[in-house]
Design a protein around this ligand. Structure first.
Ligand code: FEO
Length: 400
């Protein structure tokens, strides 16, 4: 049986990462399946560690390295990305590996020196730079903003192995390490991960794919810092990334709403019925009990998004306010169109708030928002029907 603790990836190349089975909240991102923090180790005359793991798992990482070689022998530490889930134990690792040279991007160098007590020089690498470790060439490509400004990928061109950092990751805790070990490749997990981590950087994803092509980075194995290693399904995951980055994956309508005394819920039901009976697929999500990470993935896969909120104390309902705050940074505005609906009792406020948000963030409105006092009457149901008709027309136009 193969060792599942230290997994051989290729000759003298091992996964030495850790699996965080218990985590359910990754800096606010709901992760019902847990997370793995992947690190990789190249053995040979120049033992080299590629990335580390989150604080609290450093001892486990070092224990794994110790079963291959004494950490004191480690010659190089390549830091593809400085976010603390990959660098949180770096001080412990540096202490255990006193002779390891650190390689990182210029931005990573600044970040590492600010975040941590780094006891040695950091060697800055740029796109096109190459080092040789244990007789194997490693090239670097900067991929700023996928996920942070410091991000790079490391590539072994002779073996076509890409250490992709956050890119192509998934938040799943599993003892399987390769895509071919899974019953179904984890595209859905990769999609949720993309929607919550990479979405603001769509433009950079497209540029990264272009840069990888330009620098002849054509991997046959992708080793991300989270989740499983891609081997058999690389063209598929590449195609998914392009589809998510360009909005090509978006289909149908998404109704997101919350409700106090069911008036906004009635409005959402009317919209749902009027759109589906015209032959368009609709997904309807009540926000209060749905993790935002799930909601954002649903937004990424929709052409039209309708957000409904009751007015509470002259303003937006709290769960809808949280949604708007969450998506403001993720910026799913482009590649889809939007509108709003909602109810109020005394004075309005919620719908106006949502529309203002759309305008301030340059989201395209598909049709005017609809507001109902107390509960929707005939006239207000008529306005919702008009909104539904405009949505269906837009969906038809977007197909062309
Ligand atoms: Fe997995 Fe951007 O850290």
């Amino acid at each position: 049986m193969e060792n599942k603790q230290i997994v051989k990836v290729a000759k003298n190349l091992y996964w030495v990462g850790v699996v965080d089975w218990n985590i359910r909240d990754f800096h606010g991102f709901t992760v019902p399946k847990g997370v793995s923090y992947n690190a990789y180790f190249i053995d040979g005359e120049d033992p080299t560690l590629i990335d580390t793991v989150k604080d609290g798992f450093g001892e486990e990482l070092l224990k794994k390295i110790s079963t291959i070689t004494d950490p004191k022998n480690v010659k190089n530490l390549i830091v593809n990305h400085i976010e603390p889930d990959h660098s949180g134990c770096i001080e412990m690792v540096l202490k255990a590996c006193p002779d390891a040279k650190i390689y990182a991007s210029e931005v990573a160098k600044i970040g590492l020196e600010k975040y941590f007590d780094i006891d040695r020089e950091i060697i800055v690498v740029r796109t096109g730079d190459e080092i040789t470790v244990s007789g194997r060439r490693i090239q670097f490509v900067e991929i700023p903003m996928a996920h942070w400004p410091d991000s790079i990928v490391s590539y072994m061109p002779d073996e076509k192995i890409l250490f992709s950092s956050d890119a192509f990751g998934q938040f799943i805790a599993t003892s399987e390490r390769f895509d071919y070990e899974m019953d179904t490749p984890p595209y859905e997990d990769a999609s949720v991960y993309y929607a919550n981590i990479i979405l603001p950087f769509n433009h950079y994803v497209v540029k990264t794919v272009e840069a990888m092509t330009k620098f002849n980075v054509t991997p046959e194995m992708i080793l991300p810092d989270h989740g499983i290693i891609w081997t058999k399904h690389i063209p598929d995951i590449f195609n998914h990334y392009v589809s998510w980055a360009t909005g090509a994956c978006a289909k149908g309508v998404l109704i997101l709403y919350d409700t106090m005394w069911k008036s906004t819920e009635k409005m959402s039901e009317h919209l749902y019925n009027e759109i589906t009976k015209r032959g368009v697929d609709v997904k309807k999500i009540k926000l209060r009990n749905t993790p935002l990470s799930t909601v954002v993935n649903a937004i990424m896969h929709s052409k039209v998004v309708l957000i409904g909120s009751p007015t509470m104390n002259d303003t937006i309902f709290p769960s809808i306010g949280t949604l708007l705050s969450y998506i403001q940074g993720l910026n799913p505005g482009p590649n889809r169109v939007w509108s709003a609906f909602g109810s109020y009792g005394w004075g309005g406020g919620a719908v106006e708030h949502i529309v203002k948000f759309y305008k301030e963030n340059q989201y395209e409105l598909v049709a005017p928002a609809v507001e109902a006092k107390f509960k929707p009457n005939c006239e207000e149901y008529g306005e919702l029907t008009k909104l539904a008709e405009a949505v269906v027309k837009k969906i038809e136009e977007m197909k062309e």
